[in-house]
Write a protein that binds this ligand. Sequence first.
Ligand code: ADP
Ligand code: MG
Length: 621
Amino acid sequence: MSEKKRRIVLLPPELRNQIAAGEVVERPASALKELVENSLDAGAGRIDVTLENGGQSLIRVQDDGCGIAAEDLELAVTRHATSKIENFHDLERLNSYGFRGEALPSIASVSRFSIASAVSPADGQGAGYCLEVEHGRIAALRPSALHRGTVVEVRDLFANVPARLKFLKSPSTELRRAQEWLSRIALARLKAGFTLNSGGREALRFLPDQSLRDRLAQIWPALIMDALLPVDMERHGIRVRGFAAAPQVSQPRGDRILLYVNGRPVIDKGLLAAVREAYKGRLTSRDYPQAVLFVDLDPAGVDVNVHPAKSEVRFRDSAAVFSAALGALRNALIAGSAVPDAPAEDKSAHAPRGFWGEIDNPRLLPRRESAGHTAAFAYCQPGQTAHSSLAEAASAYGETAAQPRSAEESAASVSDRPRRPIAREEDGRTPRPPHEPPLPGRFAYLGQVAETYLALRDDSGALILVDQHAAHERVLFEAAQKDAFSGKSRPLALPLELRLHPSEKARFYELDKHLRSLGFELACADASLLVLATPPLLSRAHAGQFLREALAGRKDDLAEMLASMSCKGAVKAGQRLTDDEAAGLLAQWLAVAEREYCPHGRPCMLRWDAAALEKLFKRRQ
Ligand code: ADP
Ligand code: MG
């Protein structure tokens, strides 16, 4: 810096625009975003984009919108000149993407820029004009052959800003970003048609008036499309609609969740958090769901004037938006909790009478204290018979009829019916070979694989593998949730004594309340803790282990404690199960609502239907 104090000077307009460009145009895709938004604001029904060299050599956007009158062209590239707002209040009823009047001047200051435009010939004007700008300086205004709409061309972006140029990625990466971005906006504006050409090749084409699903199908693989669940709910004037994929088609990046606020693509931590919360327990912390969500609300409730790129917003009532989004997604996920399922029309054809004969078969009752597996099925509470859990399982699948009304009827029905219901051809069901224990719903148990997975078949012929540990964990977790606060606990004939470190003792006083609500009865004396009673689902040894971990500070909230208790109590991987035990576990698992994921978010099951198996065997593409 020179010693002499410098004078304060007003910067020349090109320099002001170049500085602003730093925030508005980061890369070709962001310039493209601004240009396409302008076309949409101009009411375009068709937008054609051409890129060369990933947009670095050329970005060309042509539209059939309202155009710009010749005398306004110069204003269009002047900073803070806009046709979209007149006063500050207009920001509260904004229905355009633009409002800052700085995109065109910014882009024109860091490129060789031209804008040709013509207002509709009905005005009698017709003749188009083209304005050329070289790195922010107006170079020429001349007539143009264009007679409708607007064409903007941006050449050699950042050629005069070497620092920016350095940060650009390879042309193919920049092209991919531009493509992603154009697809994003196309999802919000279904009426308009879009094309993207690059290197003489058509890279994208969205026809006008497509449905959201059709557009998604062009950019998302079939695997995701098949798993999409519709989302649509309104709460307190906030509507949340779109699609969310079932958790099994998760993906690794948060920024792939497409969020829109009043049609504007946004990045929003609060909405992202709502999405994650909705999938909590269904996905691990490393996975994100695949979703596209449109949040629509009164424009007065959103401030879009947060950042020049306009991709962040501030909500007046962010808690209301969070809960609307969470509610909408939860609804969609619950409504779509579709696995494992059979086609809906199957339900009536399915004859429950036959299988109730099986339900009464004591061989299928979950064993509570089978040798070696004491903990595994301890979930069956005193007074809760396996029969009732099976009945729940069946009703969870919409099987309503057929529960025997009295003991006599039940006894009669058992002897009257064939022990194994063999479906007749006209049932449309596959006859069940005699070696498969049937299960509630439409499932048959085939056997244990690798001493860890339980193989099932459903009526549609799909193969299902259930992770025995994950499934049992889920069962115990649901039970533990019900038991927590219910005061249920199991007294220990001989209290268990744990020696406490002073730090553990402090922690004990913090956790005491939680632990009691789980069903523990504890007494703290000097340096030891006496366990007088445990939650019903924990064996004595597991209760000790659980407390050790809880007191070491490894579990912070009740949900984590419940998850850990369920994990401790659950049957392990690598543990052999008899057919009866497996069937009993499966019956319990089929009865829980959230059966697809374990409390830690790992999948409990994998399912391959006939089509998936054909693909795996390369019978078809
Ligand atoms: P903003 O969009 O914030 O108003 P811009 O710098 O992006 O600012 O554009 C300036 C003005 O130029 C817009 O307000 C609009 O009147 C006009 N304009 C830009 N692009 C187009 C277009 N494709 N069709 C019609 N008018 C346009
Ligand atoms: Mg604009």
